[in-house]
Design a protein around this ligand. Structure first.
Ligand code: TMP
Length: 215
């Protein structure tokens, strides 16, 4: 049976490590798994990602940013996520439409109604069955993310890490508000070693799958 599971959280909350461990965990149980990410996940969306995250693009205005995320998502949903779900695969996605609500809504302050409408258009109504929200203080996560970006000489993906602390605090609050509102969320304490966090993730996902999926 196919499920759509998203991983969300503030900068540096460890999602990319956790998606790899979760994928191995599920594959070891005989599940077919596709791990993907946003923005990106296919060549056209990856090209949009390069524009969105390049710290040289200081002039990108919030509405253009919003539309680019939506465009990348529309392509990714149609070309990658829906076909995989139709083939019975569990799809794990590092960020999805909730990231737009948290970053462009909470962080940038764009209109919530406009974002909800664009998310609907971009996803074609596709909603995750389960969303894991990796939560930690923004200071801790940002320090990790900035260190990673400094060590990466191949790419410059630091545009959001340059935002001030308050921006990231607003993003975190928006995520927490979403998680409070919607039963598909599980809040995961993202502090501690990768193995500790992975154990929390496995518990949440195994319980979800044992329950047959969405409640
Ligand atoms: P990543 O660092 O998890 O790969 O995510 C890329 C950046 O893009 C991260 O700073 C969050 C941001 N983002 C948004 O602002 N809106 C979105 O809809 C998505 C998917 C990501």
């Amino acid at each position: 049976m196919s499920f759509f599971i998203t991983l969300e959280g503030v900068e540096g909350s460890g999602k990319s490590t956790q998606i790899r461990i979760l994928r191995e965990h599920l594959e070891a149980r005989g599940r077919r798994v596709l791990a993907t990410r946003e923005p990106g996940g296919c060549p056209i969306a990856d090209a949009i990602r390069a524009i969105l995250l390049d710290s040289a693009n200081r002039e990108l205005v919030p509405r253009a940013e919003l539309l680019l995320y939506a465009a990348a998502r529309a392509q990714h949903v149609e070309q990658v996520i829906r076909p995989a779900l139709a083939a019975g695969t569990i799809v794990l996605c590092d960020r999805f439409a909730d990231a737009t609500t948290a970053y462009q809504g909470g962080g940038r302050g764009l209109d919530a109604g406009l974002i909800a409408e664009l998310n609907r258009v971009a996803t074609g109504g596709l909603l995750p069955d389960l969303s894991l929200l990796f939560d930690m203080p923004v200071e801790t996560g940002l320090e990790r993310a900035r260190r990673r970006n400094q060590n990466d000489t191949l790419r410059d993906e630091g545009r959001f890490e340059m935002e001030e602390l308050d921006f990231h605090r607003r993003v975190r609050s928006a995520y927490l508000a979403l998680a409070e509102r919607d039963a598909r969320f599980r809040l995961v304490d993202a502090t501690g070693t990768p193995a500790t966090v992975a154990a929390r993730v496995a518990t949440a996902v195994d319980a979800f799958l044992a329950g047959g999926g969405p409640s």
